[in-house]
Design a protein around this ligand. Structure first.
Ligand SMILES: [Cu+2]
Length: 459
């Protein structure tokens, strides 16, 4: 019988669908030092820590509902671990050293493998001494694709970051434990960029429709952005689709760890300015991403984009009956606090400062022995964050997504990280349906490392 294509295909189909477990090779993700040109040409290169030696780390793209596996190889001189922010993940895979796993020692390995129930824009980053390890470059994008993608011309992932560099040496500046930064707004960089480049740019054609997946990978910077030469709609926040696309009519705020998915149409004509502008420290608007507009893609603007398909389990029922727990955010420069409980002892503020601790959540400084709250699996949880400090904080819950709840009980978008301004409060609710020990902390990583970290337990 001739060796036809048909016979060949039939032969393949007769093979087992998957190889036995021992024969499957887990792709590696190696955390290691590397040299990257972060600063403009003419300045020295920077020694970074990157996944596979890249900054940002390799972009991981997987279909919704699939399983992701990576073997972390620690090529650093210090312990590390990977957090898959904020996949609704098995607790053992959440990557929080000291809570969900032991840190992986230098030369060690750890196998991560988990399902991806939700489509959307996510990211992964170090979660052992994250204040330093994320600042040195250990983060990358994790994109979970919808089975029915939106009608767009191009999909671009933009990892927003800032780096605090010494211009003379190219090195990361200062001491990552710097008490001045930890007690104030956190480690803010002196060089802003996207995907590891201070001069990131895109080419586009007039009337081209782009999906821009914004990920704030910075330690502490809140990006405030505007579109120039483009019109846009927000279609998802923190990976979770909005019920309806919302036109971008004001500044786009992206706090640390937050993601914003935009669908934008390039309206600028060829040769005229288009950009993603960022509010700069000197009160001006600077191009964070220049968009070079070439020829027209089409002559006519397009209709408003359709919403993204919803993810499963986006409803939060039973909020009115749920017990409300208040979490007071206290401390920091210019305000401080009378005392807090740290490592099992009550201490006054001065003693806490001597231990490098500046913040508390309802009197608890850092992750204590007991969780902030325990929830029965499936229970609706309700938390009110009260920001009693003079700084904004980006509160992040692991393992589950919450919805904001307004004073009238109406629910806002589903998110995993919420920015709470000084002297304001915000209420959120979520279904505590994912069993395990879940970290709840400020994603200004210097704040998290100096008191603003607690945890909840779902059992
Ligand atoms: Cu904070």
């Amino acid at each position: 019988m001739p060796f036809t294509r048909r016979a060949f295909c039939t032969g393949l189909a007769a093979l087992p669908l998957s190889r036995p477990a021992w024969a499957q090779e887990t792709p590696l993700l190696t955390a290691r030092p590397a040299t990257v040109q972060l600063a403009p040409e003419g300045y020295p290169a920077t020694e970074v820590w990157g996944y596979d030696g890249l900054l940002p780390g390799p972009q991981i793209r997987v279909p919704q509902g699939s399983r992701l596996s990576r073997r972390l190889v620690n090529g650093l001189q210090v312990p590390t671990s990977v957090h898959w922010h904020d996949i609704r993940i098995d607790n053992a895979m959440d990557g929080v050293a000291g809570l969900t796993q032991d840190p992986v020692p230098p030369g060690g390995r750890f196998d991560y493998a988990f399902e991806l129930p939700d489509a959307g824009t996510y990211w992964y980053h170090a979660h052992t001494n994250s204040m330093e390890q994320v600042a040195r470059g250990l983060s990358g994008a994790l994109i979970v694709e919808e089975s029915t993608p939106p009608d767009i011309d191009r999909d671009e992932v933009l990892m927003l970051n800032d780096w605090l560099l010494e211009p003379e040496t190219g090195r990361f500046a200062g001491d990552f434990g710097n008490p001045m930064m930890r007690s104030h707004a956190g480690r803010l960089g002196n060089l802003l960029g996207i995907n590891g480049r201070y001069d990131f740019s895109l080419e586009a054609r007039q009337n081209e429709r782009l999906r821009l997946r914004l990920i704030n990978a910075a330690n502490a910077r809140i990006f405030m952005l505007r579109l120039e030469g483009m019109v846009g709609w927000t279609v998802a926040l923190d990976g979770m689709p909005l019920a309806q696309p919302e036109p971008v009519s004001t500044e786009i705020i992206v706090a640390p760890a937050q993601r914003v998915d935009l669908i934008v149409d390039v309206t600028a004509e060829a040769g005229t300015p288009a950009a993603l502008l960022s509010y700069a420290d000197d009160d001006s608007w600077q191009a964070l991403a220049e968009v070079t507009v070439t020829g027209p893609k089409s002559s006519a603007p397009r209709a408003v984009p359709a919403p993204l398909p919803p993810n499963p389990r986006m409803d939060v029922p039973g909020v009115a009956e749920a017990e409300l727990r208040e979490m007071r955010m206290e401390g920091g420069a210019m305000r401080g606090m009378a005392s807090g409980r740290f490592e099992g002892q009550d201490m006054d503020f001065q003693k806490l400062v001597q231990r490098g601790q500046f913040w508390a959540l309802s009197g608890q400084v850092g992750r204590g022995e007991a969780p902030f709250a325990r929830y029965a699996q499936g229970e609706t949880a309700r938390i009110r964050w009260v920001n009693d400090t003079v700084f904004p904080h980006a509160m992040h819950l692991h393992g589950m997504h919450f919805r904001t709840v307004a004073a009238d009980g109406s629910q806002g978008p589903m998110r995993d990280t919420l920015l709470i301004k000084p002297q304001e409060s915000a209420e959120v609710a979520f279904v505590a349906d994912n069993p395990g020990k879940w970290l709840l902390h400020c994603h200004m990583l210097g704040h998290a490392a100096s008191g603003m970290t607690t945890w909840i337990e779902v059992a």
